[in-house]
Design a protein around this ligand. Structure first.
Ligand SMILES: Cc1cc2nc3c(=O)[nH]c(=O)nc-3n(C[C@H](O)[C@H](O)[C@H](O)COP(=O)(O)OP(=O)(O)OC[C@H]3O[C@@H](n4cnc5c(N)ncnc54)[C@H](O)[C@@H]3O)c2cc1C
Length: 388
């Protein structure tokens, strides 16, 4: 037991969620012992910047704000870089890394998510690029810089942002999505149609209601032959999968923690096991995985108090989602896809504002585009009042 009392707060992962947690802990306590075990080198970067690295001609190294070693020094934690955690033993309060056991007083799983690659056939599947980490971009940066033709699998938030960026960089882009519109989980049809038009003006070929069925290398081994489910064929230099994320839940699953879409946590961010918490893209809170920075930040601030002994529930307000499509910028919050009792669509030369109302005429959600984005904070306030 004394071993446990002396044990540090252990954090698995060194992404946004982990670093926000450490910063929040250090704002209140400069001395509590923190150990970080991370599969990468711990470098700090802003992952959303990956949406426009190609048009900005940036290398992965350009995105690094501080190395893992610098972060460890600045925030006073013990960094175990390139240390993949193999297992968790909640009964013994221990994790295992490369055969060695480490004790924890509190354990925080911040293992993020991995990019999903939809099932398809072909011998060149291993050429598919994913862009959910700095390392993934680093592995592909040369290929993407040189590529003239790029096929993006997925027309959701990330796939759309990447497609617009690649087109802005002068590449021929094909975006493939199984739904009837871009960003089908987020955008009302009208806005998605306008967004598609903007993308097409930039030269993007949008293949909706479609999937990739196979990827093969061409005879020169450089380019790729991609066949869609409807039989269309494309020759491209690179294929990116931006078809969604799968929370990294393996560790938690093996430890017997409750898993649904992500690692299930309560309002205090605690998993189904005492002293084990989860945060960021790997966690499911209120039945949802929220793979965005703001919820991770709010959860990190609450969890910092909890792991320091003051049990605190997180409160998640309505949050603004900003779509980084500079030729057609969009912001939204609340219910923007579910059935509303009434939709109000205001269109003028400055952009678009779509509002969804319930049967009591309360605002349920909104989408603002281009210059109408200056209404976003006012609408967000109204949304907050409607929810209260
Ligand atoms: C292209 C792109 C654009 C985005 N744009 C936006 C945006 O505009 N706004 C927004 O709010 N969000 C955006 N997001 C989402 C946002 O970046 C993520 O929600 C956030 O960065 C996730 O942080 P995380 O710490 O949970 O996970 P990650 O950053 O994925 O970190 C996970 C960490 O866990 C480590 N790890 C995993 N397994 C193990 C293991 N077994 N042992 C040890 N270490 C392990 C990894 O090495 C890594 O350090 C974007 C994401 C992408 C990919």
């Amino acid at each position: 037991m004394s071993e446990q009392l002396d044990a540090p707060i252990v954090i698995i992962g060194s992404g946004f969620a982990a670093y926000q947690l450490i910063k929040a802990i250090r704002r209140s306590d400069q001395t509590v012992k923190i150990q970080v075990f991370t599969a990468d080198n711990g470098d700090d970067y802003n992952k959303p910047d990956l949406s426009h690295v190609v048009s900005k001609q940036q290398l992965a190294s350009d995105l690094v704000r501080a190395s893992g070693v610098e972060m460890a020094r600045e925030l006073n934690f013990e960094l175990h870089a390139n240390s993949y955690v193999d297992s968790i033993n909640p009964d013994q309060h221990k994790i295992k890394v490369a055969g060695e056991a480490y004790s924890y007083a509190k354990l925080v799983i911040a293992t993020g998510a991995k990019a999903f690659v939809p099932p398809m056939s072909g011998k060149a599947i291993d050429r598919i690029v994913t862009l959910n980490s700095l390392q993934e971009y680093q592995a592909a940066e040369q290929e993407l810089a040189l590529a003239k033709r790029v096929l993006v699998i997925g027309g959701g938030l990330i796939g759309t942002e990447l497609s617009m960026d690649l087109a802005t960089a002068g590449k021929q882009v094909i975006t493939v999505d199984p739904c009837e519109q871009l960003m089908a989980n987020l955008l009302p049809e009208y806005v998605a149609t306008q967004l598609s038009k903007k993308m097409q003006q930039l030269g993007v070929h949008i293949a909706l209601n479609n999937t990739v069925s196979s990827i093969e290398s061409s005879s020169n081994e450089q380019s790729l032959q991609v066949e869609l489910a409807n039989g269309e064929l494309f020759t491209v230099d690179s294929v990116i999968s931006a078809a969604g994320l799968q929370p990294n839940t393996q560790l938690a699953k093996q430890a017997g923690l409750r898993i649904e879409q992500g690692i299930v946590v309560d309002k205090q961010l605690q998993t189904s096991t005492v002293d084990v918490y989860a945060l960021g893209d790997c966690a499911q809170i209120d039945g949802k995985v929220m793979a965005y920075l703001q919820p991770a930040l709010l959860c990190a601030n609450a969890l910092a108090k909890t792991v320091l002994g003051q049990t605190t529930a997180v409160v998640l307000p309505n949050m603004l989602i900003k779509v980084k499509t500079p030729h057609y910028p969009i912001q939204m919050a609340g219910q923007t896809r579910l059935l509303a009792n009434r939709w109000q669509l205001d269109i003028d030369a400055y952009g678009t504002c779509v509002q969804a109302f319930d049967t009591d005429e309360q605002l349920q959600g909104f989408v603002v585009v281009e210059q109408h984005m200056n209404k976003a904070f006012g609408l967000l306030k109204r949304l907050g009042k409607a929810a209260a």
